[in-house]
Design a binder for this molecule. Structure first.
Ligand SMILES: NC(=O)c1ccc[n+]([C@@H]2O[C@H](COP(=O)([O-])OP(=O)(O)OC[C@H]3O[C@@H](n4cnc5c(N)ncnc54)[C@H](OP(=O)(O)O)[C@@H]3O)[C@@H](O)[C@H]2O)c1
Length: 770
């Protein structure tokens, strides 16, 4: 029972705080430092990367939540507090170290707050962490009052009023914890079954076969790891639902309460359980609108402002139970100052019972805010936010499924079309639409529990505790939710805070926005290499066409129809080989040169063939190579084909890396002297080339057109997808690489450029660079 007159002061208590680096924890720490100057605070902080607990504290104290306190005490005061009042207990919830024997108050705020983490992680942190903490406390000899921070949603899926009391379930939470802990081992084993591995490999081969065997293996293993995570997330979600909870977060928070009750309160410890609702920015302290990143409701609010949520599967009269963070902190510290005399006490720090904000009222507020303060679109326009009609959850979800299959169908169709600037723009637009749809799907899933339920959290205990505080404390450190003016809070405090925070008044750029971006000035360096792929990038041609040019230029027109016919009959086999492995295709196709006199091929290449090639060469490629040379970069042309065929454009580059064909008795045998330098072989060549030549790959440039080029393009700091095929275009869009469209220039212009006389290189209309 809360006393008639509650205390507010913590005096010289030694407070042990977990989660002090989190949203709620840092605000608790700030209040302890500023308003309870005689307390000593031990913080459980885990190391992160190279940062020790002490390093993390120093970084933490520079955050905005501490600004007013820092200004008030000055830098000397901060140093003094760190030296005298704050002790770092380095460790995580998975391995709570030995705790001091003189702790008076514990505030356990640390938790994983993600709704759907893998089942083992959620249980490890939330349940295992609570067990570890209470066992360590019992071992320490301390007899503190524990304030265990939980959540209102801990009672699971239900309707009506939820009391502030011990949860009624009789689930064997220890058995659930044991099952969750062993889930990873089971799923890992299942993921390694041959049938499952075959499925990963088949998918990886279809997607990455052209990049080479190592890429396939990497993609296959990535798919396995993703499958394991997905299965563990699903295991958590499904187990929670099957037990009557919304998600694994609320389920594990429920079991954490049980751990606190059984391991601490039932063993004679003093326990208060504080259950906040959805915590959002501060009304007043440390300053109006303070928030540490986006919290639960904010992505939804901002997605609406960006026009991404045409409709939403919420119940208009369900209550969106928001609570400002300063109310939560004040309630935690008020509870901390007033330990229960016997049984544990429970407090719902929520607004739904005493000052409800129905979802339709929240919607009206968001709509009014973004109508008055619209977000800009990438052009000069502004987002016009939609009006929700609340058609009901299942209708919205059916519409989402329909939209998903429409977009999937369109993507399949577009990736089969030849890659042009237009199809690439359409693919990029589609990818934006798909990611917007994903946002909507995720939100519908995540917020279902909060906006489709009809729960009211009784707050009688919290109100009684507040009423028992002295009048001054109620004004300065109160948590009376009836005082919240929702319109003022949302319009003047919370929405401005999160929209300022995001700088999101600039929508993320479209994936296609890289296409046609102005070319940056090249830095002058001699340790930079610029690698140009030949076929499809520098020269708009392929091996088949090159072969036909050789035949027509060197063997007279009589040979032409026969060559064409013979290629046509073999085309399906060539295409199959190309799909499997580009190296295999090159090897198979180059056999056609068997028996051709080597000297004759050289003559042809220097004559009519060169004319053809120059008429199909991108002027932008030659200009770009010249610009790299001028900046002191080493320019390298790379082809999987034979070096002889590159002769017409070779002089535009410092070096040509190509295969050579074996010659016997003056005739080409059709066999390559070494394997073609394509996909992974090209990546390996590039690594070695850079190492031997002392080139800095992170500052180097690559230009390629095919998905097979991905594996070496990703080695350089400045990758360029030039006239990319659909798959490279999709990857380049995803990775924000530059996408360029290069067109063939005129023979004259290209010849002038090759001769180093750009003034004569008058581009033809429509030709030229990016
Ligand atoms: N935010 C809300 O809307 C909301 C609503 C209701 C209830 N709550 C409850 O309020 C409490 C605080 O939430 P929050 O919003 O402040 O969360 P938060 O910002 O995500 O902070 C979580 C804190 O827990 C720590 N932590 C997580 N795993 C840990 C581990 N294995 N070992 C040690 N520390 C670990 C984090 O430390 P690192 O910095 O090292 O990661 C961080 O300090 C939680 O108990 C949560 O369930 C929150």
């Amino acid at each position: 029972m809360t006393p008639k007159r509650a205390k507010t002061e913590l005096g010289s208590a030694h407070v042990f705080l977990t989660g002090g680096t989190g949203f709620v924890g840092q605000a608790v720490l700030e209040r302890l430092l500023g308003s309870h100057p005689d307390t000593t605070i031990s913080l459980l902080v885990r190391t992160k990367g190279a940062a020790s607990g002490e390093d993390r504290l120093r970084t933490l104290l520079r955050k905005p939540v501490f600004r007013a306190w820092r200004e008030a005490v000055g830098e000397a005061g901060v140093d003094d507090a760190v030296a005298r009042r704050i002790r770092i207990v380095e460790g995580g919830l998975g391995s709570v170290p030995a705790l001091p024997a003189d702790i008076d108050i514990v505030i356990h705020s640390a938790s994983t707050v993600s709704f759907d983490p893998p089942i083992d992680q959620a249980f490890d942190t939330n349940v295992g962490g609570a067990i570890g903490l209470y066992e360590a406390l019992r071992a320490s000899g301390s007899t503190p009052h524990v304030v265990h921070v939980s959540t209102c949603y801990v009672g699971g899926l239900r309707k009506g009023v939820v009391p502030e009391a011990r949860l009624g379930h009789r689930i064997d939470w220890r058995a659930e914890y044991a099952a969750a802990k062993s889930a990873r081992e089971r799923v890992e084993l299942a993921s390694r079954q041959p049938a499952q591995l075959r499925a990963f490999m088949d998918r990886a081969r279809a997607e990455h076969g052209k990049e080479g065997p190592q890429s396939v293996a990497r993609a296959s293993e990535e798919a396995r790891v993703a499958w394991v995570t997905e299965a563990l997330v699903d295991a958590g979600r499904t187990r929670a639902e099957s037990l009557g909870w919304t998600d694994v977060y609320t389920l594990t928070k429920a079991f954490a309460e049980r751990a606190a009750e059984e391991l601490w309160a039932d063993a004679g410890g003093s326990l208060s359980v504080v259950r906040p609702a959805i915590i959002e920015s501060a009304v007043a302290h440390p300053f109006p609108g303070w928030i540490d990143g986006f919290k639960v409701a904010d992505p939804l609010i901002l997605a609406y402002g960006r026009g991404l949520l045409p409709e939403f599967p919420g119940l208009p009269d369900s209550v969106l139970d928001l609570i400002p963070v300063d109310y939560v902190v004040n309630a935690i510290l008020a509870a901390a100052a007033n330990p229960p005399k016997g049984e544990p006490e429970y407090f719902h720090i929520a607004s739904g019972a005493s000052n409800p904000l129905p979802f339709h009222r929240m919607f009206e507020n968001v709509n009014a805010y973004f109508t008055a303060n619209p977000m800009p679109t990438p052009g000069d326009g502004h987002v016009r936010v939609p009006t929700w009609r609340f058609p009901g959850g299942s209708k919205v979800e059916r519409a989402l499924r329909r939209r998903r299959s429409q977009l999937d169908r369109r993507e399949r169709w577009l990736t089969r079309l030849p890659s042009t600037a237009r199809t690439r723009a359409q693919l990029a637009e589609l990818s934006t639409k798909k990611s917007d749809l994903e946002t909507l799907e995720n939100f519908s899933e995540l917020y279902r529990a909060y906006v489709q339920t009809e729960i009211i959290f009784d707050d009688a205990n919290a109100r009684a505790l507040h009423a028992a505080l002295p009048a001054k404390a109620r004004r300065d450190r109160g948590f009376d939710v009836t005082e919240i003016d929702w319109e003022h809070y949302l319009q003047e405090v919370h929405f401005p805070a999160i929209t300022t925070l995001t700088r999101a008044f600039s929508r993320r750029p479209e994936a296609s926005a890289t296409e046609g971006r102005p070319v940056k000035q090249l830095p002058e360096r001699t340790d930079v290499v610029a690698v140009f792929d030949l076929e499809g990038t520098v020269v708009d041609t392929n091996l088949v066409e090159q072969y036909l040019w050789v035949r027509s230029a060197g063997f007279g027109w009589a040979a032409w129809p026969a060559s064409v016919a013979s290629i046509l009959t073999k085309l399906p086999a060539y295409l199959r080989a190309e799909r499997r492995d580009r190296g295999e295709f090159i090897r198979t196709f180059l056999r056609r040169y068997a028996g051709m006199p080597a000297a004759h091929l050289e003559n042809i290449v220097g004559g009519g063939y060169a004319d053809r090639v120059l008429g199909h060469t991108a002027t932008a490629a030659l200009e770009r190579a010249a610009a790299h040379r001028a900046a002191g970069h080493r320019t390298v042309l790379v082809t999987g084909s034979i070096g002889t065929l590159t002769a017409p454009v070779a002089s535009a580059f410092d070096e040509v890396i190509a295969s050579e064909m074996h010659v016997k008795d003056g005739q080409l045998t059709g066999y390559l002297a070494r394997p073609p330098i394509v996909d992974e072989a090209r990546a390996n060549w590039l690594r070695q080339y850079a190492e031997r030549g002392g080139y800095d790959l992170s500052a180097s440039y690559g230009y390629g057109d095919s998905h097979a080029d991905l594996v070496w393009l990703e080695l350089v700091g400045h990758p360029h997808a030039v006239n990319p095929d659909s798959r490279l275009a999709r990857e380049a869009g995803r990775r924000r690489w530059r996408i360029d469209t290069w067109k063939s220039g005129s023979r004259a212009a290209n010849r002038a450029l090759m001769a180093g006389d750009p003034a004569d290189a008058i581009p033809e209309e429509g030709a030229g660079g990016s």
